[in-house]
Design a protein around this ligand. Structure first.
Ligand SMILES: [Ca+2]
Ligand SMILES: [Ca+2]
Length: 233
């Protein structure tokens, strides 16, 4: 008889535990998701050549999307253009980085674009990192660049972009194609048009998060086992 009396409270308790575990799972999943790399590139309009651009409105000079990801000890820069990379003679794809000392170097056409370093990639893939504060230039090895049709990818070591106040995970960037160096009217597009985008940080789930999830699951299993033992007794 006593067993029958205890059945309903035990069911309620089990339901509560299931609800609690479900909550733990949701929280853990959210934490795991928060630590995962979400590759959400910045999307730029097609055909939005800036008014001051004096060159040909070629598709490879029009940014469609772009992203900069901090992957461990390196930055990975990805861009999609509206046409094959390097189609235009003299094309350059310039990624501006703000490491904390960024200033407006295009005060007329894009005062909201701040940078203190650039990665300049020629249409043939040759990539150079220029630290505008230190006054250094580093040409990356050929295998740092991959060009595949409309897509340009360049990886470079994070130590080529030392902090000037911001944590590397908080650096911001802007991308602008141009038809040569020397004059602002050679710039065809900004992505985004008058501001910067923060880098994406790629990382694996932190051990503490995995431990939290494991402890929650283990706790539930132990409590269920204890409850079963009581019920059988
Ligand atoms: Ca564009
Ligand atoms: Ca744009």
């Amino acid at each position: 008889m006593a067993k029958l009396i205890n059945v309903e409270p035990m069911k309620h308790r089990t339901r509560r535990l299931l609800r609690a575990l479900s909550g733990t799972t949701i929280v853990s999943t959210a934490l795991l998701a928060g630590n995962a790399a979400f590759a959400v590139p910045f999307v730029d309009p097609v055909g939005d050549f800036i008014p001051s651009f004096a060159g040909p409105r070629n598709a490879d000079l029009d940014v469609v999307s772009s992203e900069v990801t901090l992957e461990g000890l390196q930055f990975v820069f990805n861009a999609r253009l509206a046409g094959p990379v390097g189609l235009t003679t003299g094309s350059l794809y310039v990624l501006g980085l703000n490491r904390g000392a960024g200033t407006a170097r295009f005060p007329v056409i894009a005062p909201g674009v701040l940078f203190d370093e650039v990665l300049a990639v020629a249409g043939n893939g040759v990539a150079t990192v220029r630290d505008l504060i230190a006054g250094t230039a580093t040409t990356l090895p050929a295998n740092a660049t991959t060009i595949s049709g409309d897509i340009l990818t360049v990886s470079f070591p994070a130590n080529l972009a030392p902090s000037l106040g911001l944590a590397p995970s908080s650096y911001t960037w802007n991308l602008w194609p141009r038809t040569g160096a020397g004059n602002d009217n050679q710039i065809s597009d900004f992505a985004p048009d008058n501001s910067n985008v923060r880098v994406t940080v790629a990382s694996v789930p932190e051990p503490s998060t995995i431990a939290l999830f494991s402890l929650g699951a283990l706790g539930f299993l132990l409590m269920r086992r204890r409850s079963n033992t009581r019920y059988q007794g």
